[in-house]
Design a protein around this ligand. Structure first.
Ligand SMILES: CC(C)(COP(=O)(O)OP(=O)(O)OC[C@H]1O[C@@H](n2cnc3c(N)ncnc32)[C@H](O[C@H]2O[C@H](COP(=O)(O)OP(=O)(O)OP(=O)(O)O)[C@@H](O)[C@H]2O)[C@@H]1O)[C@@H](O)C(=O)NCCC(=O)NCCS
Ligand code: ADE
Length: 290
């Protein structure tokens, strides 16, 4: 594994950890509260993140080798198996394995084609390199359809595959810009992360929400997040209290925006690359093979 691949792997797993450690995420597992989940807690997520070690490095290297989707998918399925083994069968990071795996593969492709990392272009690269096969992979008839496929068939809602095929528009046009905007305004990292999470929740057709709460649950969650933003989000005093009230409301309805949690992790990873780009720091000859 190269040092660069190893560093990227560490950075992705740090982003997943930062997402996990953020408090007061409506419906989601937090250090002090399991949100709308009975079968997982912080320790489950930590075991999952540990089990994913090496996966994101491999995706980067596969991208450097111009891998086709089938190769990425095979590695992604191995990572899913490692996750399920570590969590005793609980789905903690399926969406993150998919999205951050593709983004790391896009980084690999970007490095070999342009010699530099430009995080803002990664969604376009995913769309061009793997977008169509990603969409077609959803057409296969699984023996037991996933939550996302069931929601897609019954409600016609797009999900993780459609986001990837379109170049992750909610990540690149909403979630990451919201994180940057809040940081630029001088917010703390955790307040900025909360703003990014709620910004994503307000617009993403999260199949987790639709799976648990139907279309009505999804639209209620989106409107609630939009209401929080309209009240000034994290930029107006009293926001922590308003966010705590939202956490209670999500828990009462037993809704969990897992897709937006993954987007937050991806936005934190991209922001890290933007602020401290390892290819700008690393001279080409410094990237040694170990
Ligand atoms: C392409 C796959 C990801 C296909 O997905 P699949 O059909 O297997 O499963 P989905 O149900 O569609 O799951 C996709 C996960 O993506 C997240 N997500 C949901 N909506 C969106 C959205 N609109 N945009 C982006 N991402 C979205 C979400 O992940 C998070 O939620 C997870 C918990 O989900 P779930 O189990 O449904 O919910 P619970 O509340 O736990 O269930 P109950 O308690 O109610 O029973 C958690 O994992 C978060 O990460 C969706 O779950 C894919 O499987 C695939 O192709 N895999 C192959 C390997 C691979 O990754 N290949 C590419 C590698 S580069
Ligand atoms: N913190 C979290 N809680 C529940 N589901 C998630 N999926 C990704 N992160 C999550």
């Amino acid at each position: 594994m190269t040092t660069l691949a190893f560093e990227l792997d560490e950075r992705v797993r740090l982003a997943l950890t930062t997402e996990m450690q953020l408090e007061c995420k409506p419906g989601l597992v937090c250090p002090s509260d399991n949100g709308s989940h009975k079968d997982m807690n912080q320790a489950t997520f930590e075991r999952s993140i540990f089990a994913l070690q090496g996966y994101f490095a491999d995706c980067f290297l596969l991208g450097q080798n111009h891998a086709v989707l089938a190769e990425l998918k095979a590695r992604g399925q191995q990572a899913e198996a490692a996750m399920f083994k570590a969590t005793d069968g609980v789905n903690t990071h399926k969406g993150a394995i998919f999205m951050l795996g593709l983004l790391c593969a896009a980084l690999g492709l970007q490095k070999v084609t342009h010699g530099r990392f430009r995080p803002a272009r990664l969604g376009e690269i995913v769309k061009q390199a793997w977008g169509i096969p990603v969409l077609l992979s959803g057409a296969a008839h699984a023996a037991v359809p996933s939550h996302g496929l069931r929601v897609h068939r019954t409600l016609g809602l797009p999900g993780a595959r459609e986001q990837a095929a379109a170049g992750f528009p909610v990540l690149f046009n909403v979630c990451w810009p919201a994180l940057q905007h809040a940081l630029d305004r001088g917010c703390s990292e955790s307040a900025a992360a909360s703003h990014a999470l709620l910004s994503s929740m307000a617009v993403l057709d999260d199949t987790n929400l639709a799976h648990r709460g139907g279309l009505e649950g999804l639209r209620w969650a989106q409107a609630s997040a939009a209401g929080f933003l309209a009240q000034g989000s994290v930029f107006e005093s009293g926001w922590e209290e308003r966010l705590r009230a939202l956490c209670k409301a999500f828990q009462q309805r037993w809704l969990s925006p897992g897709g937006s949690a993954d987007l937050l992790s991806a936005a934190l990873f991209l922001q890290g690359l933007h602020q401290d780009n390892p290819l700008d720091l690393l001279a080409p000859q410094a990237e040694v093979r170990v």
